[in-house]
Design a protein around this ligand. Structure first.
Ligand SMILES: NC(=O)c1ccc[n+]([C@@H]2O[C@H](COP(=O)([O-])OP(=O)(O)OC[C@H]3O[C@@H](n4cnc5c(N)ncnc54)[C@H](O)[C@@H]3O)[C@@H](O)[C@H]2O)c1
Ligand SMILES: [Zn+2]
Length: 338
């Protein structure tokens, strides 16, 4: 990030101006926008892999050096992802608007539609590309907006049991009430033991990690990860990824939704190999899922407004960020109205 950058990539709003090449949108339309910027024309977009777009990131050199190839661009998400100005602002420019912006059905409220921008398609992608099918047992690490959406997607895709893991009781209670999933508080019990118990000893078919590089954990490995991260000897803390790999049933799938930036330590490749696991991951392919999600929101199958725990004027964004970061006052998402 650089001074003056504008943050934010989960947003909706009213169209106030359209560029000359925009065909699908008119001034006055209420639209929700995919957080990833994709051209809709390259090989990756043509294959529904929108966040891997070849043309969305105008500044690909950084990630090409880091990762070998550059993913698409993302609003308000650092210069590595194109340096686009984000959505915590009165106005935002939406490149490739015909591909990335979607008209919101009149019956869907702002508080519901907002999450079609990022959290809901991210969660849906985890369940979809994780291969969740009817009868599966799915475990989800993290009961934030993304984990809750992954759990709801798993329920809607027919999973027999969906179990969400976190340490915050208020998030777990919300998950039980609004998502219809079971929960485990990992500070009170052995997650692996509990998952075995609830799956007749076999382990979950699909494990979805929705925690990311700032994972917390218990025991010496957490301390080790923190020290290495503070000393810049590893970039990310992959505690929940390790847990998911260990807990997953043999020949199951682990889908990593949590964001990681670079190198991690103590990645259990031996478990992946010997248990025959499939490990998948991606930044979200929003354009692939948003129309379907808006339909489900309209039908009431996908409820998201409970995630908007703090709705604040944009001037109070620093408070909103602090509440979210420290998980104070039962915060799940701070939402800003310019
Ligand atoms: N792949 C994508 O395209 C995409 C899109 C959006 C967000 N994300 C990423 O998804 C992750 C989750 O996002 P969010 O908005 O829900 O975040 P959040 O901070 O609201 O939720 C993360 C949750 O994980 C829990 N957690 C921490 N350590 C844990 C552990 N060891 N086991 C179980 N739970 C643990 C936290 O208590 C918290 O409730 C982040 O890394 C975010 O960057 C990815
Ligand atoms: Zn593309």
């Amino acid at each position: 990030m650089q001074a003056g950058d504008v943050l934010g990539h989960e947003f909706l709003g009213e169209v106030v101006e359209v560029g000359p090449d925009v065909r699908n949108h008119n001034v006055g339309d209420r639209v929700v926008v995919s957080s990833f910027i994709s051209c809709g024309k390259c090989w990756f977009c043509a294959n529904d892999l929108y966040s891997c777009c070849d043309n969305g990131n105008t500044n690909p050199a950084i990630t090409e050096t880091l990762w070998g190839q550059a993913p698409g661009g993302c609003y308000g998400y650092s210069h590595a992802m194109g340096g686009f100005k984000g959505s915590h602002a009165q106005y935002i420019r939406v490149p490739f608007a015909d591909v990335g912006a979607f008209r919101i059905p009149d019956g869907v409220s702002d508080e519901r539609a907002l999450f079609a921008s990022d959290s809901a398609p991210t969660g849906w992608m985890g369940a979809d590309l994780g291969g969740v099918k009817p009868g599966d047992v799915v475990a989800v690490w993290g009961a934030g907006a993304v984990g809750q959406m992954a759990a709801r997607a798993s329920v809607l895709l027919g999973a027999e049991r969906v179990i969400v893991i976190d340490r915050f009781d208020y998030r777990l209670a919300m998950t039980e009430r609004h998502i219809g999933a079971e929960t485990i508080n990992y500070t009170r019990t052995s997650v692996e033991g509990e998952l075995r118990e609830r799956t007749g000893g076999r382990g979950p078919d699909v494990c979805i990690e929705a925690v990311g590089m700032e994972a917390h954990s218990t025991g010496p490995q957490y301390l080790y990860d923190q020290v290495k991260q503070q000393l810049r000897l590893q970039q990310d803390r992959p505690s929940a990824v390790r847990d998911a790999i260990h807990a997953c049933r043999k020949a199951g799938t682990v889908f990593v939704l949590g964001v990681f930036a670079g190198m991690v330590d103590k990645f259990p490749l031996g478990a992946v190999m010997n248990k025959g696991l499939t490990v998948r991951s991606a930044q979200m392919h929003g354009q692939r899922y948003i129309p379907m999600l808006l339909d489900r929101m309209e039908r009431g199958e996908l409820v998201t407004e409970h995630l908007a725990t703090h709705v604040l004027p944009l001037d109070e964004a620093p408070t909103g960020y602090q509440l979210f970061k420290d998980k104070q006052d039962d915060c799940v998402r701070s939402v800003f109205i310019p």
